[in-house]
Design a protein around this ligand. Structure first.
Ligand code: NAD
Length: 368
């Protein structure tokens, strides 16, 4: 069988810098563990605009559709701020998400022991935290019609529409239940069924999918405002949380920040299974292109490395290798290796982006 394929779109700013460390891990897996991928690289965002006048060419889009997984670095930067909206770097990323129909956005919030003091919450509340927020990504109030700013009488009115079909709710619920089966078997669904009809339907459909297809999973429902409170009060009560696009946007940022630095946060966006059974998938760090530190060797590559670990787990059925990689990251942090963004008030000597990559590779070697 052919090796599984990966399309790397490193993008702009620190994107190529953090992706370089992932490429070293891909090479390590081939050399040391015989796990090989067909890797292709292409341009996205500002880099694609510079070369082709568009943030994503049709040819790159076709490659992304054909790949078993896409790894993205980051897009954007001040150089492109004055471009027309239609060719801004972010449009490249949005086109990928839309045309690949990536409806389930997975945002883990995991607190490495060594970094528990970085959280704004007390150590005992966050240490060992490992939860996964599944946010519906392609529908809901960010896309619903009618939308716009209209005039009514003598004043303007801004309108957005929260709209969900049963099938849109059911497919993201299935993503959450499937994930829960690989984790602790617990899903909490969040909406506002007390005040929104779309929330009532959300709750009913999630329950139906559960009862028919996933009776082995422990399902609970919670109003999203209470969910926000519970996330900062006692986050470890959750395992998988599934919620809509708007609530997911807010709740996943809140949960992520429980764990400290932006340079640590991975994500995955998954769509429907392809003919080979793998889901359409795009993996990317949550952070942007960090123009303030681009080119200085200060970027933390861990978010990008952990995004690749998610690819190993969710696209390539290499859960054991994903765990090894995550354990290597945990070991490096426990040993006190830090990029500049992870330096506490006591200071110290930060390593560079490639220095962090060296340390992760050494930990992988040590774990062989
Ligand atoms: P950002 O995430 O790029 O940076 C925010 C802050 O976090 C900066 O101080 C940066 O130095 C720091 N930071 C981010 N990632 C880091 C890392 N890996 N290691 C160390 N420090 C890190 O957000 P921003 O400054 O608001 O946006 C910069 C550009 O990135 C903009 O053009 C924005 O549109 C774009 N952006 C892209 C994405 C994406 O590609 N998915 C996401 C967010 C922002």
């Amino acid at each position: 069988m052919a090796n599984p394929s990966i399309l790397i779109l490193a993008g702009d700013g620190i994107g190529p810098e953090v992706m370089a460390e992932v490429k070293r891990i891909i090479a390590w897996l081939a050399d040391r563990r015989g796990i090989r991928f067909e890797v292709t690289e292409d341009l996205v965002g500002g880099a694609a605009y510079d070369a082709h006048g568009t943030p994503l060419t049709d040819a790159t889009m076709a490659k992304a559709q054909a790949a078993d997984a896409v790894l993205l670095g980051a897009v954007g930067g001040p150089k492109y701020d004055s471009l027309d909206f239609s060719v801004k770097p972010e449009r490249g990323l949005l086109r990928l998400r839309k045309e690949m129909d990536l409806y389930a956005n997975l945002r883990p919030a995991q607190c490495f022991d060594a970094l528990a003091d970085f959280s704004s919450l007390k150590r005992d509340i966050v240490a060992g935290l490992d939860i996964m927020i599944v946010r519906e990504l392609t529908s809901g109030v960010y896309f619903g019609e009618p939308r716009g700013i209209f005039t009514e009488g003598n004043e303007r009115v801004g309108i957005n529409t929260q709209r969900y079909t049963e099938s849109e709710i059911a497919r993201v619920a299935r993503s959450a239940f499937e994930l829960a089966r690989r984790r602790s078997g617990k899903v909490c669904s969040m909406e506002k069924a007390n005040v929104m009809e779309s929330g009532i339907l959300w709750r009913e459909v999630v329950q139906e999918v559960h009862d028919k297809e996933y009776p082995d999973i422990a399902l609970t429902h919670m109003y999203a405002d209470n969910g926000a409170m519970q996330l900062v009060r006692q986050p470890k009560q959750f395992d998988v949380i599934v919620t809509d696009n708007l609530f997911g946007d807010v709740l996943s940022d809140c949960a992520a920040m429980l764990t400290g630095s932006l340079g640590m946060l991975p994500s995955a966006s998954l769509g429907a299974p392809m003919a080979n059974g793998r889901p359409k998938a795009l993996y990317e760090p949550v952070h942007g292109s960090a123009p303030d530190i681009a080119g200085t060797g200060k970027a933390n590559p861990i978010a990008c490395i952990l995004s690749f670990a998610m690819a190993l787990r969710y696209s390539f059925d290499q859960g054991t290798e994903a765990e090894r990689l995550e354990a290597a990251v945990a070991k490096v942090l426990a040993d006190g290796v830090r990029t500049a963004d992870l330096m506490g008030p006591e200071g110290g000597h930060p390593v560079s982006t490639s220095g962090m990559g060296d340390a992760v590779l050494a930990a992988l070697d040590a774990g062989l």
